[in-house]
Design a protein around this ligand. Structure first.
Ligand code: AHR
Length: 305
């Protein structure tokens, strides 16, 4: 939009983007926030940023406030999958395009958002499962797994569980003996792992954590219980943040599946395209790898988050 400022030439008014973030629950999320803020600055986009502290009602409030402020585009990373239709309809009625980043919503009406950009969480779960199946291929007896789930009702918790189970169900020796949420935080990961250890003790062969932070909390619980993480209990987690690389280099975490938080530049490019009336793909999938502990020291200098 062009505006004539007093005594000056025509100047471009910046695009205004309202972004509602989930919270600051993990190392991943901190890196994601940083990526969005720095990319907005770089792109000359005015960012209105709001932290929902892991609460859906706070995100709904933030979106309503962006609508009232008539921002150009709204983007958000939905804490849970369901319950978004009313507020998304309000945005549509106000003709404000919405971009989903990182996490999906489960609405049938896909006209309520322009695009969803982020990881394939089901595939991340599958990668974790495939790594485990390969690792345990010569194991004859049962493999008892405990699972630390992410936030209840969130897309990554639902999808990472689904993808992992889809792979391990091919062999009956794999059994998930306990599964509980650790809300994607270190503190909760530790607390729930303590409870798992109390209930199952040495029976536990594998920990599958839906993110690195919960795995790092659980590692502490395992050590405090007098056991050796990554040796007595095989540990698999997701994100591949620097904290996970440190744990792998220290020999305490076996593998981390990558989930990139660096969505800022992609988001700003999409926001500009939307404002320019260009077509944007409905789904933009982030490309990611998997890092076992054996490659951690070599890879660490290349990590950006
Ligand atoms: O939605 C992405 C997930 O949210 C990350 O894996 C986790 O660390 C974060 O809290």
């Amino acid at each position: 939009v062009a505006a004539l400022l007093p005594g000056t030439a025509w100047a471009q008014k910046p695009i205004v983007l309202g972004f509602s973030q989930v919270g600051a629950e993990s190392e991943w999320r901190t890196a994601n926030t940083e990526s969005i803020k720095s990319a907005a600055k770089e792109a000359g986009i005015e960012l209105k940023f709001s932290d929902a502290q892991q609460k859906q009602e706070n995100q709904i409030k933030a979106i309503r406030s962006f609508i009232a402020q008539k921002v150009d585009v709204i983007a958000f990373s939905p804490v849970v999958e369901s319950g978004w239709e009313p507020v998304l309809r309000e945005a549509k009625a106000a003709k404000i395009p919405v971009v989903l980043t990182d996490r999906a919503v489960n609405t049938k009406d896909t006209s309520l958002y322009v695009t969803f950009m982020g990881s394939d969480f089901v595939e991340e779960g599958r990668k974790a499962g495939r790594w485990l199946v390969e690792k345990m291929k010569d194991q004859k007896g049962e493999v008892n797994i405990v699972e630390l789930q992410g936030t209840v009702g969130s897309a990554p918790a639902i999808d990472r569980k689904k993808g992992f189970e889809e792979i391990i169900k091919a062999d009956a020796k794999f059994k998930i003996i306990r599964s509980q949420t650790g809300d994607f935080t270190r503190a909760k990961g530790k607390e729930v792992m303590e409870a798992f250890l109390k209930a199952e003790g040495k029976k536990i062969n594998v920990l599958y954590a839906h993110n690195d932070d919960m795995a790092i909390g659980a590692i502490q619980a395992i050590e405090e219980a007098g056991m050796k993480p990554a040796k007595d209990i095989v540990i698999i987690s997701i994100d591949a943040v620097k904290g996970a690389f440190e744990a792998m280099i220290a020999g305490k975490l076996n593998v981390s599946v990558e989930c990139s938080p660096l969505l800022g530049p992609q988001l700003m490019a999409a926001v500009k395209d939307i404002k320019a009336g260009k077509a944007v793909p409905k789904r933009i999938v982030t490309e990611e790898g998997i890092f076992p502990m054996e490659v951690a020291a070599k890879e660490m200098p290349n990590r950006k988050y």
